[in-house]
Design a protein around this ligand. Structure first.
Ligand SMILES: NC(=O)c1ccc[n+]([C@@H]2O[C@H](COP(=O)([O-])OP(=O)(O)OC[C@H]3O[C@@H](n4cnc5c(N)ncnc54)[C@H](O)[C@@H]3O)[C@@H](O)[C@H]2O)c1
Ligand SMILES: N[C@H](CO)Cc1c[nH]c[nH+]1
Ligand SMILES: [Zn+2]
Length: 434
C-alpha cells in the first residue's frame, strides 16, 4: 500500500523524491497569486466574485452578527462546552510561559539600552473549515493572541457551502471572548484580511493554517507591498512516525490515519526497521480504514505517502532531520533519547501513550505548525509572534563621551562622515560644558 524505500541503498534522487511533499505543486500557488492580485486590484468586487465561485456565498456582510455568536454558544451542549474550556485551559497554561521579556542593560556607563515589548494592533486568525471545522485551531490562535494583549482579534473562517460558518466555531469564539468573526475563507478571505477590504479590518499579521491555497495566499501577501505579514508556512498536515519492531502496529496505523484524514494533500511517512513490521502496520491500516468515515480522503493521502526502511536509529534520525516534519511521533525503545538527535520537527510526541491527536486538541502546545520542510527554519505559533520588540536608547552626557571614540572610529572606517560628525558634535559640546 505504501511505497517502501530502503534508505541506505536509495540514490540521491530516490531520497529527494521520498522527502518531497504532494502540496509542493505549483497549481495552488498560481491560483492563490491570481486571487491575491485580483483582490488587490479590484477590492470587494473580486472578494465577492471568489466567495461566490468557490463557496457559493454572497452575504450582505461577511461579519457574523453578535446575535449569531451568542445563539451558537447557547446551543452548545454542556459536554462540548466543557471540552472546549478544558482544552483552552491547557493551551493557556502552556502558552502563559511564553512572551518576549522586556529588559534594560547599561551597555556604557550612563547609557540606558532597553527592549520594550508591545502587541501588534490587529491579529487576523484563520480557522480552517473547508473539510472539517477546526474549532481547536481557533483555541490555538486566540489564546496566544489574548496572552500577548492584542487589542483587536479578527477571525475568518470559510462558510459551509452556501451557508454560514459552522456553529461550533462560532460557539468557541463566543466562549473564548472573541467577538469579531467573518464568514469568509480561502485565499480570497486571506487577501481581504491582508489588505483590509470587503468590510474586514486590515490585519497586521495573519495567523493560522489552511489548505495549499490558503498557505500560498499568506506567503504571497507577506511579500506584497501593503499586504499583511504572515506567521509561518502552515499548509496540509503531515506526520512522520518512527516505530521499531516492538511498537504497536494499531497505534502506529491510527497515528498515520489521524493526519491522512485531514486532506488529500496531507502526507504521512513511516520510518521503520523491518519489512515485517511494515506488513503489520499495513494490515492495521486496512482494518481501520474499513470503519473510517473519511476513508476516501485518507486513502488519497496515503497514496502520497511512504515508508522509509532504515538500518538503525542514527539513520532514522538523519532521515527525520532531512524530512523536517510538522509532527514527529517516536515509538521506539527509548524515544526521548532518539528525539534528542532530531533537530528539525515542529512538534514531537514520545512513546506509545502520546498520540499526536492529544496535541491537536488539548495537550497545551500549539498545533499550528510548520509544514513542507519549513520546520528547518520555523517553530509553531507562539505568544511572541503576536508581539514585537522596540529598542529604546538614552545616553547621558557622560555616556555620549565614553561611546564617542568608538563610534567616530567605526564611522570613519565605513567612510560615513555625517555619522561621525553627529557623534563628534555631541562629544565636543559635552567636553566644553564639563
Ligand atoms: N499545518 C498546520 O498547523 C495545520 C493545522 C490544522 C490544519 N491544517 C491543514 O489545514 C487544511 C484545511 O484545509 P481545508 O480545505 O479543510 O480548509 P481551508 O479553510 O483551509 O480551505 C477551504 C477553502 O479553500 C478554498 N478552496 C477550496 N478549493 C479550492 C480551489 N480548488 N481553488 C481555490 N480555492 C479553493 C475555498 O474557499 C474553501 O472554503 C488541511 O490541509 C489541514 O491538513 C494544517
Ligand atoms: N493536525 C492538525 C495540524 O496539522 C491540527 C488539527 C486540528 N484538528 C485536528 N487536527
Ligand atoms: Zn490533526
Amino acid at each position: 500500500m505504501l511505497d517502501r524505500i530502503v534508505w541506505n541503498t536509495a540514490s540521491e534522487a530516490e531520497r529527494a523524491r521520498a522527502l518531497s511533499r504532494p502540496s509542493d505543486s505549483a497549481e495552488a500557488f498560481e491560483t492563490a497569486q491570481t486571487i491575491v492580485d485580483e483582490v488587490r486590484r479590484d477590492g470587494e468586487t473580486a472578494v465577492r466574485a471568489w466567495a461566490e465561485k468557490l463557496d457559493r456565498w454572497a452575504p450582505a456582510s461577511f461579519r457574523v452578527p453578535a446575535s449569531e455568536l451568542e445563539a451558537a454558544a447557547q446551543a452548545l451542549s454542556e459536554a462540548d462546552r466543557e471540552a472546549i474550556l478544558a482544552a483552552a485551559d491547557a493551551v493557556r497554561r502552556f502558552h502563559a510561559e511564553q512572551g518576549y521579556r522586556a529588559y534594560e542593560v547599561e551597555t556604557w556607563p550612563g547609557g540606558r539600552a532597553q527592549r520594550r515589548v508591545t502587541p501588534i494592533d490587529v491579529a487576523g486568525l484563520y480557522v480552517p473549515a473547508g473539510t472539517a471545522p477546526l474549532v481547536s485551531t481557533l483555541i490555538m490562535l486566540a489564546i496566544p493572541a489574548q496572552l500577548a494583549g492584542v487589542p483587536r482579534i479578527a477571525v475568518i473562517a470559510p462558510p459551509r457551502k452556501g451557508e454560514g460558518v459552522e456553529p461550533t466555531v462560532l460557539a468557541a469564539a463566543a466562549l473564548l471572548g472573541v467577538d469579531e468573526v467573518y464568514a469568509i475563507g480561502g485565499a480570497h478571505g486571506v487577501a481581504a484580511l491582508g489588505f483590509g477590504v470587503a468590510g474586514l479590518p486590515k490585519a497586521d499579521r495573519i495567523f493560522g493554517p489552511g489548505n495549499a491555497y490558503v498557505a500560498a495566499a499568506k506567503a504571497i501577501l507577506a511579500q506584497t507591498a501593503g499586504g499583511a505579514a504572515a506567521d509561518l508556512p502552515a499548509g496540509p498536515s503531515e506526520v512522520l512516525v518512527i516505530a521499531d519492531d516492538n511498537a504497536d502496529p494499531d497505534f502506529v496505523a491510527s497515528d498515520l490515519l489521524s493526519q491522512a484524514e485531514h486532506d488529500v494533500l496531507a502526507q504521512v511517512v513511516l520510518i521503520a526497521f523491518s519489512e515485517a513490521f511494515v506488513d503489520r502496520v499495513e494490515a492495521a491500516l486496512d482494518r481501520q480504514l474499513a470503519d473510517l468515515p473519511r476513508a476516501g480522503t485518507a486513502r488519497a493521502a496515503l497514496a502520497n505517502s511512504r515508508v522509509l526502511l532504515v538500518a538503525d536509529e542514527q539513520e532514522a534520525a538523519d532521515a527525520a532531520n532531512a524530512y523536517a516534519a510538522e509532527h514527529l511521533i517516536i515509538q521506539t525503545r527509548d524515544p526521548r533519547a532518539l528525539s534528542e538527535r532530531v533537530r528539525h520537527a515542529g512538534s514531537v510526541f514520545l512513546g506509545p501513550w502520546t498520540p499526536e491527536a492529544a496535541g491537536d486538541y488539548a495537550a497545551g502546545p500549539n498545533h499550528a505548525l510548520p509544514t513542507a520542510g519549513a520546520a528547518r527554519a520555523y517553530g509553531g505559533v507562539t505568544v511572541e509572534m503576536f508581539q514585537k520588540t522596540t529598542t529604546v536608547l538614552e545616553l547621558s552626557r557622560e555616556a555620549a563621551c565614553s561611546i564617542a571614540p568608538v563610534v567616530e572610529r567605526l564611522a570613519g572606517l565605513e567612510g560615513l562622515d555625517a555619522h561621525r560628525i553627529a557623534m563628534k558634535l555631541r562629544r565636543e559640546r559635552a567636553e566644553a560644558e564639563q
